[in-house]
Ligand binder design. Structure first.
Ligand SMILES: [Zn+2]
Length: 327
């Protein structure tokens, strides 16, 4: 998980640039209002009320999650950034079922997906990737400092205490949870953004929670925060191949998308890979490569101006250079 440290600097530099003057977070944890959507019987997504409007324009949306209600157990997916948002999610669950939240899963260690863990009842079992658990146990204070810088002070991040998972999924692991009449698969498809990424699959309704590796519908783009272009691309292709054509996908930050929508993210990464390879073969430097691989056809994403040249192209360059050295 060393690469996570790289991501601090990368992300900090990135966030600090466009938002430094505004003194405003990308989205405000004190203002987001969550709504839930019934996907199928006992299967619900929750996401910010303004998600549909924002995502259409390629603007950043706050975190999405959801819950699955079985005959005797409930699974919560993503515990959110702070107490306020956790409580909203808990209330949305309470409007559907009086059953307790037996399980909660974090799709990654990112604070907006996992900080709410500490507000869960002590009886709740928390499911995480083992890398996520390790990261939270070792780096929570650094992580909070980083999140406060980007999401602001007084957004409920200061009081967060670590509550790591007690059911851990090993690298490449997969297991099935029985909620009573509903089986839910928790799957590590491979490195997708952090190396501690879990996908949640409810096969009856064909619903997948993807977490941040699929951030939102087109024109949103993947963020290669921890590098690993090649692995991320291969993981997203695996996810695509796994899904039936009529699957519903709940991304990390937005409303429901389709399997076909994932193709956008795959195409983007494939194009970066091809173009950065050409640049490396020509002997271009990182700076020259960033200029050469401009990919304006993807610039509809509001964060494109920094996520593409500032994060993704450099990540691709380093990753492809490193694999060249290995060969
Ligand atoms: Zn997130």
């Amino acid at each position: 998980m060393n690469s996570r440290l790289f991501s601090y600097f990368a992300l900090y530099a990135i966030f600090a640039l466009p938002y430094a003057n505004a003194q405003e977070p990308v989205w405000d944890g004190n203002k987001v209002e969550l709504v839930s959507e019934r996907v199928a019987d006992g299967v619900y997504a929750y996401y910010p009320k303004d998600a549909k409007v924002l995502e259409k324009d390629g603007k950043p949306v706050a975190t999405s999650g959801g819950f699955i209600v079985g005959e005797n157990k409930v699974l919560m997916i993503e515990t959110m950034l702070n107490k306020r948002l956790y409580k909203q999610a808990e209330k949305l669950i309470g409007q559907v079922t009086k059953r307790p939240i037996s399980f909660a899963v974090n799709t990654s260690a990112h604070g907006d997906h996992s900080y709410g863990n500490m507000y869960l009842p002590s009886s709740t079992n928390i499911i995480q990737h083992q890398n996520t658990s390790q990261y939270i146990s070792k780096h929570l204070e650094d992580d909070k400092a980083f999140m406060i810088k980007n999401f602001g002070t007084g957004r409920g991040i200061e009081p967060i205490k670590a509550r790591a998972g007690n059911i851990l999924v090993p690298t490449g692991g997969r297991f099935t949870l029985d909620l009573g009449g509903k089986q839910v698969d928790i799957i590590d498809f491979g490195f997708a953004q952090t190396g501690g990424d879990l996908f949640v699959w409810e096969p009856q309704s064909k619903t997948l929670w993807a977490g941040n590796p699929i951030i939102a519908v087109k024109p949103a783009l993947p963020w290669l925060l921890d590098g690993h272009l090649v692995e991320t691309l291969s993981t997203l292709k695996k996810v695509y191949a796994f899904l039936p054509p009529d699957a519903k996908v709940i991304p990390g930050h937005g409303t429901l998308i389709t399997r076909e929508d994932i193709q956008w993210h795959i195409n983007y990464l494939e194009t970066i890979k091809t173009q950065v390879k050409v640049a490396i073969d020509k002997g271009l430097s990182l700076e020259e490569t960033v200029k050469a691989v401009s990919m304006p056809e993807y610039s509809g994403y509001a964060l494109f101006g920094w996520v593409h040249p500032g994060l993704n192209v450099p990540a691709a360059y380093k990753d492809l250079k490193a694999s060249e050295v290995q060969q």
